[in-house]
Design a protein around this ligand. Structure first.
Ligand code: FES
Length: 110
């Protein structure tokens, strides 16, 4: 019998030349930024704690099985201001932890 909650979402994160496999489950964290923030120490990452204002949680999506679910906030405006217009580059605090995230491979850009 299943306990109900399984770590069924896997995200590969590359930072500073090292690859980290992060396993989680739907809604364990508020966003991909919080998952990364909690599991990998990255100085200066996620400074506004997910308000979509600091731009320090920028990632590049290098592989995906499906499109991740994004919050509708002002993240795109901040990215445009920062001059990043590549559609694979986004704020990790704008991505929800749900099954759409499974199989995602990202690179931290700060
Ligand atoms: S944590 Fe500040 S913009 Fe994402």
């Amino acid at each position: 019998m299943s306990s109900g909650r399984t770590e069924d979402i896997t995200v590969q994160v590359t930072y500073d030349g090292q690859q980290h496999e992060l396993r989680t489950y739907s809604n364990e964290y508020r966003s991909l930024m919080m998952l990364i923030y909690d599991r990998i120490y990255i100085e200066g990452f996620g400074e506004c704690l997910g308000m979509g204002k600091c731009g320090t949680c920028v990632i590049e999506i290098t592989e995906k099985k499906q499109n991740p679910t994004a919050y509708e906030r002002n993240g795109d405006a901040n990215l445009l201001r920062a001059g990043r217009q590549n559609k694979n580059i986004c704020l990790s605090c704008q991505l929800m932890i749900d099954e759409q995230l499974d199989g995602l491979t990202v690179r931290i850009l700060i």
